[in-house]
Design a protein around this ligand. Structure first.
Ligand code: ADP
Ligand code: ZN
Length: 212
């Protein structure tokens, strides 16, 4: 099964993607994580992406399309995959089609803007493995320490309040049109994001089963 998770930044699509990934034993491909890893390693692509990310803007289509093309060609994607954070523009969705990728389902995690701002300001990520937490909604067992790898939890620079408003604006302008794009192809299912992760997961799994 090839699945896309759509949603505003901080809607919880990454968290849902990881859970479904484990349950269905297919990899999650997160363009955000791939770009951040490139940044950390100081690659040319990472350097090119940095100014866009820091400003809360989208990285240019050709860059992310190249990332996805390479990643989906890897062996572990043969039996299905979950896309988290891609596509984010109509041209990216068209590029996916041109690659011959068939998408089975697009899950839109729907969360109101007001809630998004609160969620992103409380989000913390592991400096080492990138796992995501929240100071109220998804606390680690030990404050400031990653449950998965013991790494240090930090706030992402692009989760700063000024940048968050930019990212939301960009989401509405460039990414939200993908909802009607996939609705017209009868692939879109909408999940109302709940306060508790487990409640959202229950809705997500139900939405994925409907068609399967
Ligand atoms: P979030 O969903 O919380 O915004 P991501 O980790 O998915 O976080 O993305 C972080 C940043 O990486 C984005 O704001 C953007 O600059 C860049 N990025 C990630 N995926 C894409 C994409 N598909 N197209 C363009 N830019 C992207
Ligand atoms: Zn970690």
């Amino acid at each position: 099964m090839n699945i896309i998770f759509l949603g505003a930044p901080g809607a919880g699509k990454g968290t849902q993607a990881e859970i479904v990934s484990e349950k269905f034993a297919i990899p999650t491909v997160s363009t955000g994580n791939i770009i951040r890893a490139a940044l950390k390693n100081g690659t040319e692509m990472g350097l090119k992406a940095k100014s866009y990310i820091d400003a809360g803007l989208l990285v240019p289509d050709d860059v992310v399309i190249g990332i996805i093309r390479e990643r989906l060609a890897e062996d572990d994607c043969k039996n299905g995959f979950i896309l988290d954070g891609f596509p984010r523009t109509i041209p990216q969705a068209e590029a996916l089609e041109e690659m011959g990728v068939v998408i089975d389902k697009v899950v839109d995690i729907d969360v109101a803007d007001e809630a998004i701002v609160a969620r992103l300001s409380g989000r913390r990520v592991c400096k080492s493995c990138g796992s995501s937490y929240h100071i109220d909604y998804k606390k680690p067992a030990v404050d400031g320490v990653c449950d998965v790898c013991g790494g240090e939890l930090i706030q992402r620079a692009d989760d700063a309040p000024e940048t968050v408003l930019n990212r939301l604006h960009v989401y509405h302008e460039q990414t939200e049109p993908l909802k009607s794009y996939y609705a017209s192809k009868e692939k879109l299912v909408t999940v109302k994001g709940q306060e508790k992760v487990a409640d959202t997961t229950a809705l997500t799994l139900r939405a994925l089963e409907e068609q399967a």
